[in-house]
Design a protein around this ligand. Sequence first.
Ligand code: AMP
Ligand code: MG
Length: 418
Amino acid sequence: MDGCVQPGLLPVHEALARIIGALKPITVTENIALADSLDRVLAENIIAPINVPGGDNSAMDGYALRHCDARQELNVIGDAFAGHPFSGEIGAGQAVRIMTGGLVPVGADTVVMQENVTRNGNKILINTIPDIGENIRRAGEDIALGSLVLSTGHLLSALDIGLLASLGINRLNVFRRIKIALLTTGDELLAPGAAYHAGKIYDSNRPLLQALLKRLPVEVHDLGIVPDNPHALRTAFLAAQQCADIVISTGGVSVGDADYTKDILAELGEINFWKIAMKPGKPFAFGLLGENESGNALRTTGCWFCGLPGNPVSTAVTYHQLVVPAVRYLAGENPGEPLVIKAIAAKTLKKQPGRLDFQRGIFSANNGINVVSSAGLQSSGVLSGMAKANCYIRVEAERGTVAEGEMVDVILFDRFIR
Ligand code: AMP
Ligand code: MG
């Protein structure tokens, strides 16, 4: 994918492999209510305790009968409503009025919909003969008793919650949430809401990351904006390390940075400063805060550190490409590969060979033809383009400028970046 990268740069897949290789998924579980389980990671296999549906039931409002009697006049001998089964048995020449969801009475093998029946008092005549077994939902056809419904490591969706409810399940074992300490660094940063000063910028990374982290099974400790001074940084990283499994910070990780982040991190842990062959987001720091006396990193009790570049688009893209898979893995999930689709570039896409580009794009399918165009300025500080985008245009490292009409890889924005 990115086999031909600029020398000295780490390919994206290699950076991710190193991160995942270093992490140990948490094993602590908790038992929670189904209603609280959205976006949590299952810590048990769910085996169906019942059949769904529980019994053969009608898919239509109509009449239950023996198929062999369908051509004769039938006697209606009772009702089977949803929740109120017919207690008797259907014999020769008999039918039971049945509503959608009503259990099919003993003896019946077919349901005819009421639109195909002429009723006269307690007698019915069938106008269109159904097939044998028609309009019956079979016991266990949705979920069979004893089948594996969901596996350990599954991130629970709203649909999963509905599915588990259909099995009568109301409590689940899930992995505990990952504790995240979040901070942004920079003397230039102002919290939104503060009065504007010339030379300052509003901190967009922290609100952005706070919002994105809501999609993950995490608990966020917000440590705010930390100024570029050694004392404040040391205090903040030490506090972060106390309360978190992972610290996420932004800013101060570029080469030639005038700030102290790197020195302080080197003092407090074993942090690697990588130059990743991706655009945006070349600088990225990853490692462990906290060391034991022998100088070995505390791999079980230490705190992981992800230092994201400061430019907001770089922050967003490195978060999505590296931090999201890392946190999902740590949280007990096994995130798969993203879905890559092919699209035609509607216009030229500028690119230098050497890094894997994650350009922000707008994807559309016009009469079945996938087309993508740039979502505007591609500079790593320009968040407005990314906010308009609905996908990445992922352009291979070795590739240069993409001409109009050429095919490119598109990855639609998923819920972890929207
Ligand atoms: P740095 O990585 O600290 O050198 O920052 C790179 C660029 O991103 C600089 O222009 C910073 O002003 C900007 N930047 C850093 N942190 C933030 C933030 N939290 N919100 C918005 N822009 C930021
Ligand atoms: Mg900075």
